[in-house]
Design a binder for this molecule. Structure first.
Ligand code: FAD
Length: 321
């Protein structure tokens, strides 16, 4: 076994944006291991995209094709990719942590009696894979101890797609042996990500809510302020991770990057991963009960106090103005 194989995701000839982040992670891992990196594309539309990888630093690009793979099924993908991984023999298989990957990758790893090290945020020498625990409060280091290939999925926004190294790659078709009887689950594409309906990057006014809000039911008071100001509602990551607001409203390194005229932050501490997404805002106002919260370092105006007193009073004042 040698080399790193990156399984990239596409739908009908369109890349999933996280595929290139996974490719950057795969190349970085290969460089640490002093080995080569290859990539694979699967499903209808893959052939068109394989040629786009010709200018990347990859040993091979595998175009996995079969009529039974035209529509996504986890059984079809697992069976086809198991054959590819057996033929290529990589030490590591890297995937983007997409909804589709969450569906089939654990089963693929199981075919090799391995687990999926999921949602990795960094790779250190060793290799050591870093995952977050307890909503980002702890980082845990994982090492692969098995004898089979190590399967790793990478978290959105943690590796930069721009870091993908240029070079040359040769494309090669791979046709798996597939029978309709091997596919027990019904075809369909339930894991296509929903179309984005909010473009925070274009919003002139944003009111953003963080974990200081405490409970999902309390978000209403911040939403009322946003409505009174005619602003878009945004959030820090824990709010979206909890499912209190949709992911498309997340600001930060793994969310949207915004640059409004006014960014009003409510109960957000100001972690670096949040700041990188909003530091381009023209004016920042922060409400936080902790006067030492890092958000105040980037705020033009700061209010130290309890958001549950300040936000309703502010909404009332805006409505009265
Ligand atoms: P906390 O850090 O818990 O802060 C809550 C704040 O609310 C505190 O400062 C507290 O003083 C204040 N507060 C509490 N009660 C009140 C009250 N009654 N009134 C006023 N203030 C109050 N985070 C993002 O936001 N976006 C990202 O895209 C993102 N991507 C990440 C990517 C990676 C790879 C990693 C490792 C982390 C990422 N994070 C991201 C998470 C980030 O590190 C922080 O954990 C997160 O931003 C913290 O969110 P928060 O400020 O809402 O919560």
């Amino acid at each position: 076994m040698s080399g790193v194989l990156v399984l990239m995701e596409q739908h009908g000839g369109k890349w999933n944006r996280m595929s290139f982040e996974a490719l950057a992670a795969g190349q970085q891992l290969a460089a640490k291991l002093g080995t080569e990196c290859s990539a694979a594309l699967i499903g209808e539309g893959a052939a068109t995209l394989a040629s786009e990888l010709a200018g990347k630093k990859l040993t091979k690009v595998f175009n996995v094709q079969h009529a039974l793979l035209h529509t996504y099924t986890s059984d079809g993908y697992v069976t086809a990719l198991e054959q590819l991984v057996k033929q290529v023999g990589p030490t590591h298989v890297v995937l983007p942590h997409t909804y589709q990957v969450r569906d089939f990758a654990p089963a693929l790893a199981t075919r090799f009696r391995q687990v999926l090290i999921s949602d990795v945020i960094a790779v250190h020498d060793g290799p050591v894979f870093v995952r977050q625990l307890l909503q980002g409060k702890l980082n845990a280091d994982y090492r692969h101890a098995g004898t089979g290939p190590c399967f790793v999925s990478v978290q959105a926004g943690t590796f930069r797609a721009e870091a993908v190294e240029a070079g040359t790659a040769t494309a090669e078709d791979f046709t798996p042996q597939l029978e309709a009887s091997q596919i027990r689950n019904k075809p369909g594409e339930p894991f296509r990500e929903a179309a984005q309906t909010v473009d925070l990057s274009a919003a002139p006014l944003i009111v953003s809510v963080g974990r200081g809000i405490g409970e999902q039911e309390n978000i209403g008071i911040v939403e009322e302020l946003a409505t009174a100001l005619g602003a878009e509602l945004a959030a820090s990551r824990p709010i979206c991770d909890n499912g209190w607001l949709p992911m498309e409203r997340q600001v930060g390194s793994s969310g949207q990057t915004v640059s409004p005229k006014l960014y009003l932050s409510v109960g957000i501490s100001g972690a670096i991963q949040h700041l990188v997404g909003m530091k381009g805002s023209k004016t920042v106002i922060a409400i936080n009960k902790d006067e030492n919260a890092p958000i105040f370092e980037v705020a033009d105006y700061g209010v130290v106090g309890d958001l549950f007193e300040i936000v309703p009073a502010l909404t009332k004042a805006v409505r009265a103005a």
